[in-house]
Design a binder for this molecule. Sequence first.
Ligand SMILES: [Zn+2]
Length: 123
Amino acid sequence: MLPGESPTEHKGQPGLVSAALSGLCPRCGSKTLFVAPAALADECSACGLEIVSLERGGRFVGVVTMLLALALILAALGVDEWLRLPLWMSLLIWAPLTVVAVIGGLRFYKTMWVYHQYEESRP
Ligand SMILES: [Zn+2]
């Protein structure tokens, strides 16, 4: 706990969206959850919480990625049918959108999982 910081009581689920966006540690709230845009840290560098042990069992990450990719491909095909965009324009739109959606989806999924595991692991 940093000086001047008020202890935050987590009643139920904390703001998962903001936690996923900033990668907040479930124990101390530091921005230490992710080392890369979609890769969890092994442990929190601020409080030492073992994030890697909380991640155990989060095996649906591959499925989530595939579902996201599938949804995006279907959306891309639908938009293509509808607007008949030139290929370069489709690429320009869908390439960054896919990256953002997959990273965002993974971040949200992993954060949700770690927070869930953290809640479960507490006495
Ligand atoms: Zn921490």
